[in-house]
Design a protein around this ligand. Sequence first.
Ligand code: ZN
Length: 67
Amino acid sequence: MKDFLSQRIACPHCGHHIHLDLDASMGDQDYYEECSACCNLIHLNMHIDYARNKLELHVDSDDEQIF
Ligand SMILES: [Zn+2]
């Protein structure tokens, strides 16, 4: 398994596609990324499943925003 993975996600706010470089060597991560299109924060939760050698990425907007 590669330590660096390139993943494409869709922004939960505007649907803009963003490329992420994930560092799987750090283990599970929970962090925020700013969308380059709408500047909202995207909550990213990365879980590494070593048993199945898989990387799971959960993407959400974290909070219910009222526009
Ligand atoms: Zn966006």
